[in-house]
Design a protein around this ligand. Structure first.
Ligand SMILES: [Zn+2]
Length: 633
């Protein structure tokens, strides 16, 4: 999978030096072009790019959105930085239909698309003349571009207009943007987007000029002056309305969703303030969110200035807004300081999961944050059970997987590592270090080794006793969980755990207790039940707790996993309805997996439901379920 030229990359020199601060960067700390890291652990095996020979520094898109043909078509103009002797630049391409490639003076440039790798796409090699600094690519995305989901009006909440959204992370943006699609090659960008009149385009960047409508088309423009990893370029187009939530926060969604979404997101401005108190200024200007149609494959995606959210976080009581805290925290860990390669995705997700919990504590108090941390600990334990306590997949610095590996490791073990460091050094000292880490590495790529080097240089500072207590290398590079791990407070779920013990010993389902619990307590109870339960006991809790009635998606999901894992037939229509009405991979994949583990009972049910629901899922979700259903070879 790794082209030969990569060996040469690791040895080559840093191509781009820091330049003067860009205009508008009030903090004055950001170089206009972030360097590409040169150590072997920073070489991205999921990109064909040759950044140390020639790299993209700025992308200017000029694109039309065509819902009829399901294509995005137009031009991408790339500014490049190159070694004087560079003969070519290599971009990532996955299914783009190229029409022409010319330089700034309009002269054609030779290009070649190499062999296609099923996962990565293909290298697009463009020959450079000695003076080539700008490349203009005229192209179309394919109708089946993996990043993009084109929804019919019937698949939206309002049922009036079609909808388009993109999902770039990890390596999907190469299906609609010809650039170097690697998180370690940061690029600023701008876009002019033409959509059918009456529709609204939003992107993960501040708006440029005011939208113009003429000749049946509306034109929107966007400009991101900060350099970002290219997976963070994102678009949404549909019948969208906006409501302000605070001085710099707001929500976009379909008009019929606006009241519910805005009510659920009422704490968003306070979250931004809390995050800033913790770890320094929010550097992206506005923090808006878009609540997408239910097929969005993730809980949320932290696209800069515009978090993309699943509607499944809307529970009616703001109980699942930890998701918003998570995506907001990515404005620091992920968007500001970004994993250079996907095998270090714990630097994005683990640091963010820790930060998320700190925001939740700031807003809602230590009891709620402690419960959510205890659920996270249990998720890590579940991952260790599933993978094996010392399996290679339990390392933070992980495998060569663009999806980053098990979430119980990348998110939960990652967060627990940081919580452990916090407990050992004390919160004030830890917080001072983490804040300074974001400042020192703002708008830069990061690796595990650099993270540890910074921690040693600026926190441990040669204290051998502290170094020994922290066990840094063991946390990051070795499997399993070190003994010094910060365990959750057993009191977090004391009431639930004693109710669990009573029920497991044969006691009745305590409907009154369950009714008084929050979502975390309900999930704790359901996940704490024995995995094998008799039908009568399942029926008893289903009835007493009104589980099949739905409501909170996390509670429903925990119930359905238990019920389907016990072949509890009354849960099948509930599961089918849930699987048909949303496409969030974290719910969809495990539910099909649970059914498939129930052999002759579950497989026909899974196949029947999937035949119906598959067309409505984004490619991210589809590919995960396709892999499950494919017969083992
Ligand atoms: Zn995340």
């Amino acid at each position: 999978m790794t082209p030969v030229l990569r060996a040469a990359l690791a040895a080559a020199l840093l191509l781009t030096a820091c330049r003067a601060s860009e205009p508008g960067n009030t903090l004055g700390t950001e170089p206009a072009i972030a360097p590409v890291l040169t150590t072997p652990d920073a070489v991205d095996t999921h990109s064909f790019a040759n950044p140390l020979e020639a790299r993209v520094t700025h992308v200017a898109l000029d694109l039309g959105i065509d819902f009829d043909s399901k294509r995005i078509a137009g031009t991408a103009t790339l500014d490049i930085d190159r070694r004087p002797d560079a003969k070519q630049i290599i971009l990532d391409d996955n299914g783009l239909e190229l029409e022409s490639i010319v330089d700034a003076s309009g002269q054609a440039l030779q290009y070649q698309v190499g062999a296609t790798n099923q996962e990565l796409g293909a290298p697009l090699a463009i020959a450079l003349r000695p003076d080539t600094k700008r490349i203009l690519i005229r192209y179309k995305s394919a109708p089946n571009a993996g990043s993009l989901q084109w929804l019919t009006p019937e698949q939206t909440a309002g049922k009036k207009a079609p909808f388009l959204f993109s999902q770039g992370e990890s390596i999907q943006n190469r299906t609609w943007i010809p650039t170097q699609d690697s998180p370690g090659i940061r690029q600023s960008w701008e876009a002019t987007i033409r959509v059918p009149a009456g529709m609204t385009a939003v992107m993960s960047a501040p708006r440029g000029r005011e939208p113009i409508t003429q000749g049946g088309e509306s034109t929107f423009s966007f400009r991101m002056d900060h350099s970002v990893a290219p997976y963070m370029i994102a678009i949404g187009v549909g019948d969208l309305a906006f409501r302000s939530l605070g001085p710099r926060t707001g929500v976009w969604t379909e008009p019929v969703m606006l009241d519910r979404a805005a009510a659920e997101l009422a704490d968003t401005e306070r979250m931004v303030e809390a995050a800033e108190r913790l770890y320094g200024p929010y550097r992206w200007g506005r923090y808006d969110v878009i609540v997408l149609p239910p097929s969005f494959p993730y809980g949320g995606m932290e696209n800069p200035t515009l978090t993309f959210l699943t509607p499944t976080f809307i529970a009616g009581d703001r109980s699942l807004v930890g998701l918003v805290a998570h995506e907001l925290a990515h404005s620091w860990s992920g968007n500001l300081v970004t994993n250079a390669v996907w095998s270090d995705s714990w630097l994005n997700e683990g640091v963010t999961s820790y930060f998320e919990n700190r925001i939740m504590e700031e807003l809602y108090g230590p009891a709620r944050a402690g419960q959510e941390a205890a659920l996270s600990w249990a998720d890590m334990e579940a991952a260790l059970r599933e993978l094996g306590p010392n399996a290679p997949g339990t390392r933070l610095h992980g495998d060569d997987d663009p999806d980053g590996g098990s979430s119980g490791i990348v998110y939960d073990k990652g967060a627990i590592f940081l919580r452990t460091m916090e407990r050992i050094v004390g919160r004030p000292r830890w917080d001072a270090w983490l804040r300074s880490y974001f400042d020192r590495h703002a708008f830069q790529p990061m690796t595990s080794a650099r993270f540890l080097a910074d921690l040693r240089a600026n926190l441990v500072r040669g204290d051998a006793a502290l170094e020994a207590r922290l066990e840094l290398d063991r946390w990051v590079y070795r499997p399993g969980v070190p003994d010094n791990a910060a365990r959750p407070d057993p009191a977090a779920f004391a009431a639930v755990d004693s109710a669990l013990a009573r029920f497991t010993a044969g006691g009745p389902a305590d409907a009154a207790a369950f009714a008084g619990w929050n979502w975390a307590e309900r999930v704790r109870f359901l996940k704490g039940l024995p995995r094998q339960l008799p039908q009568a006991r399942l029926a008893e809790i289903d009835r007493a707790f009104r589980l099949s009635a739905g409501g909170n998606a996390e509670v429903l999901f925990a119930w359905l996993r238990l019920a389907l894992g016990n072949r509890y037939a009354p849960a099948v229509p509930v599961a089918e309805h849930f699987l048909a009405q949303m496409g969030r991979a974290r719910f969809v994949q495990p539910l099909f997996d649970t059914l498939l583990h129930q052999g002759d009972w579950g497989r026909p049910i899974a196949e029947r439901i999937y035949a119906r629901t598959r067309p409505g899922y984004h490619s991210v979700t589809r590919e995960r379920v396709d892999r499950l259903l494919r017969p083992a070879s």
